[in-house]
Design a protein around this ligand. Sequence first.
Ligand SMILES: [Zn+2]
Length: 286
Amino acid sequence: MKRLNPPVFGATLTVETCAAGISIPERAQALMDALPVIQASEVEYRELGSSARLFEIAESTTVTPQLSADLMGVIYKSHFARKGSPSRSLYEEIRMAPEFGICPLCAQRIVATVDHYLPQTRHPKLNLTPVNLVPACSDCNKRKLAGVATRAEEQTLHPYYDDLGSERWLVVEIQASSPPTISFAIRSPRVWGAVLAARVQHHFRVMGINELYVAQAASEMADISYSLENVGASAGPNGVRQHLDEQFRSRYARDANSWRTALYEGLRDSDWFCIEGYRMIRSPRT
Ligand SMILES: [Zn+2]
């Protein structure tokens, strides 16, 4: 997961801007009348979000008696996020926040949408609340749909609130096989505590991150196999290790826990890989 700064604006601005673009007077009025309820919900969200207890927020079927979850859903889709609406720029500001448009939830795929961290059908009061709106790729968005956390450990990571720190925690294990077998593992630093450690594992499972990274890493190894063979032929295992170490340092300088950082560290630290494994990427032994 990639940490993101939360949006600089709050629900008052999204609600007022959205309402200004609604041409059906009763609908705009119902939304404006709901503002105090939405604001109170936002206060609760910020409070619980900062202590990783968002799962405690009670579900509801309405925002106010005049504003059902269904109508709030229509307002989000047909007014707030609609192209050309006055609030679309706020939606875009949230969606475009990640560097290079990379999804903060998987740190790999491209952002396609805005995800409601607490789902809009169960939490209509938070439908337009910026801190509940997280940019996401369509895979992460879909994968997250089904799950509802009933315990702290079942909460997926929240890019605005959760901080995994800069200690190394994503590691790669290399198995001597032809071609080499790699797998990713999470080595939880003590500072995380038990709940965060469980949440990171849960997040990886829900978003399908292990399979995603294994596929990316396999493709990366295929990409570098030719140059590794050249380095190995001229400089031997130490040359291979040094080459991998340089690659590791370059990735590490930018992100201590990207899959690439973990991959190059794992390859560098594997004696088997540096001595002979690198030659089995392109020409697996049968
Ligand atoms: Zn994603």
